[in-house]
Structures are given as structure tokens and as C-alpha cells.
Ligand binder design. Sequence first.
Ligand SMILES: NC(=O)c1ccc[n+]([C@@H]2O[C@H](COP(=O)([O-])OP(=O)(O)OC[C@H]3O[C@@H](n4cnc5c(N)ncnc54)[C@H](O)[C@@H]3O)[C@@H](O)[C@H]2O)c1
Length: 381
Amino acid sequence: MKRKEFLQAVGTVVALSPLASNASISADKKIRVAVIGCGSVSGVYLPHLSKSNFVELVSVCDIKPDRAKKRAEEFKVPNQYDHIDKLLAGAPFDLMINLTNMQEHGRLNKQAILAKKHVWSEKPMANTYAEGKALYELAKQSGVRIWGAPAVVNSPQFAFMLQQVQEGKLGKVAGATAHYGHLGPTWSAFFYEKGGGSLPDLGVYNLASLTGMLGPAKSVMAMTNILTKERTVDDKGKITVEAEDNAMVLMQHESGALSHVMCGFNYFDPYGHQGTGQDKPTISVVGTKGAMHLIGYDWMPFGVDMATIDKEENTRYASDPGNYVWQMGASVICEALSKGTEPKINAEHALHVLEIIEAARKSQETGKRIDLVSKFPYPLF
Ligand SMILES: NC(=O)c1ccc[n+]([C@@H]2O[C@H](COP(=O)([O-])OP(=O)(O)OC[C@H]3O[C@@H](n4cnc5c(N)ncnc54)[C@H](O)[C@@H]3O)[C@@H](O)[C@H]2O)c1
């Protein structure tokens, strides 16, 4: 189903209106932003947000008040809070950016939506697909919007790859494979607790890229396990790992293409957590008339190598990074809210990826292939 037909079918057109007509958006069209969660990733988000012409940083919040204080001072944010209730009752704002522990996202996003705030959530948007879908519906009813990371569809390399698929340059797409892993975060336990795991933390990028490129998946089979049973992390010391740290996911797309994602927290990665210097393919797509490979990670790509029946010599394309950076999701949303335009990032797509993650876990538990119910507008743009 094409994007326009899909939007009409699910009634999203109605939900778009707050974007253009949000009465609370200030005269200079800056979106008033509150950031909740002032840990590791806030140190990447805040420098980016503070440079955006579409963002006014109003408040920061963390249940660890020293962290909110530090970020407020560093980025000259006028208000700081130690609880979401105080944040929502405090200085007025338009968009909440949720950078808290994965397990907290659904609950905090719901509170913000009920307080009529738009939400940009780090992944995942909620703990389950059902919870995420309910949040999406609640936002529609409340006249606000919710979007979720990742922002990979914003890269010029993603756009190039989608275009090749759409234009039939690869012929009939048969298969794709993607991988992303490192040795796992060392600072917080939540990555390894129930509701955490390598699928929502890492696999989510490749799942968003592959479904974004090839279209919605209709079924999933997977194997997942816990390879490292105990870890030592900064906030809780020695912990027992409860969520999968090793995953292999197979998808059948509606187009008939089969794809595969492998991810985990036990992958030796010479490029480290920052990914600096990664110049090898991490996503490959092959069809009857061509093959293409994304160079670098999908969240930090450098180009696309492609060979086709018409040009058999492997050639590097899309090596201009443009303005893409992986932490741009929330600023892109602020720009869209400010201009009243629709961003490339799509909430139904994030929900579809969330359903795939849940289905992968169910497939591991049951040994069965799991059918999916969610869809999203494809192509995304
Ligand atoms: N760290 C990264 O490089 C990175 C990159 C991309 C995405 N992410 C995502 O960002 C999110 C946060 O990851 P992180 O690495 O920054 O974790 P972190 O542990 O460093 O930070 C999380 C912060 O949220 C705070 N918090 C938890 N519950 C809260 C609540 N109820 N109210 C207010 N504050 C609360 C914690 O006190 C902590 O300071 C996760 O979803 C993660 O997957 C992280």
C-alpha cells in the first residue's frame, strides 16, 4: 500500500492536523523542549538540540537530580526537575524528549501525552507493541503526536537504497542481511534487565532499515539467547542478565523478500561503541538484477556500494553525509512541528519494528513462526 493510501486508510490525515495548527507553538516557531533522562545519550542529544534553530530548551529532568543539574548548567537550560510530575506541572513546553531507561518509556510517554505534550522517545517507544499502539491511539485522541527512534531513515544512504529498490534497479529483491553488535553498555543495568536486551537497543536499527527499505514484514522467526549470564555495570555492580544478549531474526516481507538481522552484546567490534572508522558493509541487499551494500553502520553510514546488471563494476554511491547524524531524530521532529510538515520518521514504522522485536522473542519461546498484524506506509517517502 502506498503512503498516501495508507494514511487515508488508518485515518492518520486527521492526526496530522496538530502539526500544522498547534496553538501552543511560540511566535518564533521554536519548539519548547523538555528532556527527561540526563544520562549517557543526553550528552549527545543536548549539544545537537542546542544548535537547532527549531528548538528552545526549556527543562531537563532526571530522578538523579545531580544529572539534571549538570546538564542544565552545561546547556543553559533554565528549569530542572527530579520527577516527571514536577516537569509536567512546571515550565510550559511542547515536546518531551524521552531519554530514560527503556523500561520507563511507555509509562512516561503516556503521562506526557495525557498532559497534551508531543513526544519523541528513544527506542523502544513502549515495552510492548500493544502498549505502543495504545499510546499512538491516545496521542491521536489527545491532538498530539508521538514518534520513536531510530532516525536511520533520514540518512542519504537510506534514501539512496530505498530509491534503488523502488526503481527496480536490483530487479526482484530476494534477500537482505544486516548486523550490529558490540560488547554491550557498561554503565547501566537496564540494558540487561527484563524489557532491555540487544534487540530493542541494537537490532532495532537494522530492523528499521530493512523494513524501511523492503517494506513491512508479514512474519518472523528467530532464535535468541543469553550468552553472558552475569555482567558488572557501573550503577548496580554485578548483575544477572535477564534479557537476550544474542539474537538472529528472520523476516518475510510482504514483497516476498526474506531478510535477516543479527545483533548482540557479545560482538567483538574494533570500532567500539562510537563506531568510529567502521568502513565495512553492515547491510547487504540482493535481487535478480543487482546487489548493494551499505558501508558503515546504518546509524552512521558512509556510502553505498552497488553493482547491477547494467553496471557490473562495483561503484560507490551516496558518500556525501549531508546533514545526517543519528541523534537528529528529535530536532527533525521539532523542525516538522515548527514548519507544519510531515517528517520522514514515521510512528507506525516504529511500532512495526516493536512488533517484530516482540515476535522474535515469541518465536524463540515457542519455536514457531509468528505472523505480524502491524503495517506502515511504504515507501516511507
Ligand atoms: N547511550 C547511548 O549511546 C545511546 C544511543 C542511542 C540510544 N540510546 C537510548 O537512550 C536511552 C537512554 O540510554 P542511556 O545510555 O542514556 O542510559 P543512562 O542510564 O545513561 O541514562 C538514563 C537516565 O534516565 C534516568 N531515568 C530513569 N528513569 C527515570 C524516570 N522515571 N524519570 C526521570 N529520569 C529517569 C536515569 O536516572 C538516567 O540518568 C535508552 O533507550 C537507550 O537505548 C542510548
